[in-house]
Design a protein around this ligand. Structure first.
Ligand code: ADP
Length: 469
C-alpha cells in the first residue's frame, strides 16, 4: 500500500494531473460543440469557464471574437494574434478538426518587457517563471453554415511544490504506519500463539498417557474449535484406555479359569491314587479346548475389527450347511438330552463365505444350547421369502432384558457375569456374529422376552430359491 501511495502521489502525480486536465479540456470542447447553436450559449460558456478554470475564446472565420472568457492572466489564447490563430486553424484542418498543443512561456520575461515599456523601476535581474498552458482548438460548423473556431486554454499549475509537500507527508505516514503495523503484528501473533503454546503443552501431556488432560484455548473461533476437538479426542482415548484395561482383566480372568482347572485336576491325578480316571482326563481336555476356543475367538475378533478379515464369497447352499452343523450336534442330543430341531421350507442358495457363515450359525446355536431352559429345546427355523432367506435360532431360556439387548453384540459383553452358564462363553461370540454379518451386508437381530426365551435371527439374499420337493 505504501509503495503504491509513493508511486501515485509522487512519481506519477504529474502525468495523472496532465491526463485529467486533457480529458477535462476535451470534454469542455465537446460540450460547447453540442451547444454551439444554443441561444443560452453565453451562460453555458461562462459557467464552463469558471467551473473548469478554463479560458474560452470563440472566433469566426475572420478571427473576430464572438465569445471570450478569460479566467487567468497567463492565458495564451487571448494573447494570440491572427497569424498564430491561422496556424492553429491550419493544424486543426490537417488533423481532422482539432488541434492540441502544450505551450510553455516565460512570464517573467513578459513582465520585464511591460515594466520597461512603462518606464517603471526594473525588478532585480535573474529568476524566471515558466507557465505551461494547454491549448485545445476545435473547428465547429454552426447551423447557418458558418464555421467557428473554439479555442480553450487551461493553465497547468506546476506540481513540484505539491509533490514535495506530499513527499514529506508520506514520510510521516510511512513511519507511523510501520510502527503501528509492527505493534499490531506483535500483539496479534502473541494472542494467537499463546493458546497454541498452551494446547501444545497439554498435547504433550496427553501423549505421555495422561488421559484426563483438558485443553483450554479460547480467543479465536478456530482455536476454540481445535480445543473442543482435542478435548473430545482425549475423552475418547481415555474411554479406549478404560476398555483396554477391562478387556485385559477379563481375558486374563478367562484364561486363568481353565488353566486353574487343568492344573488342579492334573495335580489331583498325580497325587491321589485312583483319581486318574477318564472323566478327569476329559475335564482337562475340555478345559484345554475352551482355552483354544478363547484364543481363536480373540484372534477372529481382532482380525475382524482391524479390517484384516476378508470374505471369500462363493455360491453355497445354506440349508445344506445348517444340516451339516445339526448332524454334529447329534452326539450332544444323545448324551445330554438336548432336543435340537431344524425346520426348513426350501433350499436356499446364497452368495456367502461358507466357513464364516458356519461360524455364525455355530455361535448362535451354541448360545441357544448354553442359555436354553430346563426343557433343553432349541429350534432352528429357516424360511425363504422374496429373494432372501431368514434363519431363526430359538431357545426357551431366561431371555434377555430389553435394556441389555443393545449391548450383547459388543465385544466381551456378558449379561450376567454371576450366571453359572456365563462361564461357558467368552463374551466374544455375538461380536464375531455381528462383524461377519455386517461384512455380508445381512440384517440380523434378536427378539427376546424375559422368562420366555430368545429368537436370534439373520437374513441373507438368496440366489435362486427352490421349493423342497
Ligand atoms: P458368550 O460367549 O458369553 O455367550 P456372546 O457374545 O455369545 O458371549 O453373548 C453375549 C451375551 O449375550 C452372553 O453373555 C449372554 O448373556 C447373552 N446371550 C447370548 N445369547 C443368548 C441367549 N440365547 N439367551 C440368553 N442370553 C444370551
Amino acid at each position: 500500500m505504501l509503495v503504491l501511495l509513493w508511486l501515485f502521489q509522487t512519481v506519477f502525480l504529474e502525468s495523472f494531473y496532465k491526463a485529467i486536465k486533457t480529458q477535462n479540456i476535451k470534454s469542455t470542447a465537446e460540450n460547447i460543440t453540442t451547444n454551439i447553436n444554443n441561444e443560452n450559449l453565453d451562460t453555458l460558456l461562462s459557467t464552463l469557464a469558471q467551473r473548469n478554470d478554463t479560458c474560452i475564446r470563440i472566433v469566426d472565420e475572420n478571427f473576430a471574437n464572438l465569445y471570450s472568457y478569460e479566467t487567468t492572466f497567463e492565458c495564451t489564447i487571448h494573447k494570440m494574434g491572427v497569424g498564430e490563430m491561422e496556424a492553429f486553424r491550419q493544424k486543426a484542418r490537417q488533423e481532422g478538426g482539432t488541434a492540441f498543443e502544450l505551450i510553455s512561456r516565460d512570464v517573467m520575461q513578459e513582465f520585464r518587457g511591460k515594466v520597461e515599456k512603462k518606464g517603471w523601476n526594473m525588478p532585480p535581474p535573474g529568476g524566471n517563471m515558466r507557465v505551461e498552458n494547454m491549448v485545445y482548438v476545435r473547428l465547429v460548423e454552426r447551423a447557418d453554415g458558418s464555421q467557428v473556431m473554439v479555442m480553450l486554454n487551461s493553465t497547468i499549475t506546476p506540481v513540484g511544490a505539491t509533490v514535495e509537500t506530499l513527499r514529506i507527508q508520506l514520510i510521516y505516514v510511512t513511519v507511523i504506519l510501520l510502527v503501528l503495523c509492527v505493534g499490531l503484528a506483535l500483539l496479534l501473533s502473541r494472542q494467537i500463539s499463546k493458546p497454541i503454546i498452551r494446547i501444545n503443552r497439554s498435547a504433550k501431556e496427553l501423549a505421555k498417557g495422561q488421559y484426563d488432560t483438558t485443553f483450554s484455548g479460547g480467543g479465536y473461533r478456530e482455536i476454540s474449535e481445535l480445543t473442543d476437538t482435542l478435548n473430545y479426542a482425549a475423552k475418547e482415548l481415555s474411554k479406549v484406555e478404560g476398555l483396554r484395561r477391562e478387556l485385559i482383566a477379563n481375558i486374563s480372568h478367562d484364561l486363568r479359569t481353565p488353566l486353574t482347572m487343568i492344573t488342579g485336576y492334573a495335580e489331583v491325578m498325580r497325587d491321589i491314587p485312583g483319581e486318574n480316571t477318564p472323566e478327569n482326563v476329559q475335564i482337562i481336555i475340555d478345559e484345554a479346548k475352551r482355552l483354544t476356543d478363547l484364543v481363536n475367538d480373540l484372534m477372529d475378533i481382532s482380525k475382524l475389527q482391524s479390517g484384516a478379515m476378508t470374505l471369500s464369497l462363493s455360491e453355497c447352499n445354506l440349508t445344506e450347511t445348517v444340516r451339516d452343523i445339526m448332524a454334529r450336534y447329534m452326539k450332544l442330543t444323545e448324551q445330554d438330552g438336548y432336543h435340537i430341531k431344524f425346520i426348513c421350507d426350501g433350499e436356499a442358495m446364497v452368495s456367502a463365505d461358507e466357513i464364516k457363515i458356519s461360524q455364525v450359525i455355530y455361535n448362535l446355536i451354541n448360545n441357544a444350547i448354553n442359555y436354553t431352559g430346563p426343557d433343553k429345546n432349541v429350534t432352528v427355523c429357516q424360511s425363504v421369502r422374496d429373494g432372501f432367506v431368514k434363519l431363526e435360532i430359538i431357545d426357551t431360556g431366561d431371555g434377555i432384558a430389553p435394556e441389555e439387548i443393545p449391548y450383547i453384540w459388543d465385544r466381551y459383553y456378558k449379561v450376567d457375569k454371576a450366571h453359572k452358564r456365563a462361564m461357558i462363553g467368552t463374551g466374544l461370540g455375538l461380536s464375531i456374529v455381528k462383524n461377519i454379518l455386517d461384512l455380508h451386508g445381512g440384517a440380523y437381530g434378536v427378539i427376546s422376552t424375559v422368562g420366555q426365551g430368545s429368537i436370534f435371527w439373520f437374513e441373507l439374499n438368496t440366489l435362486e430359491p427352490k421349493k423342497l420337493k
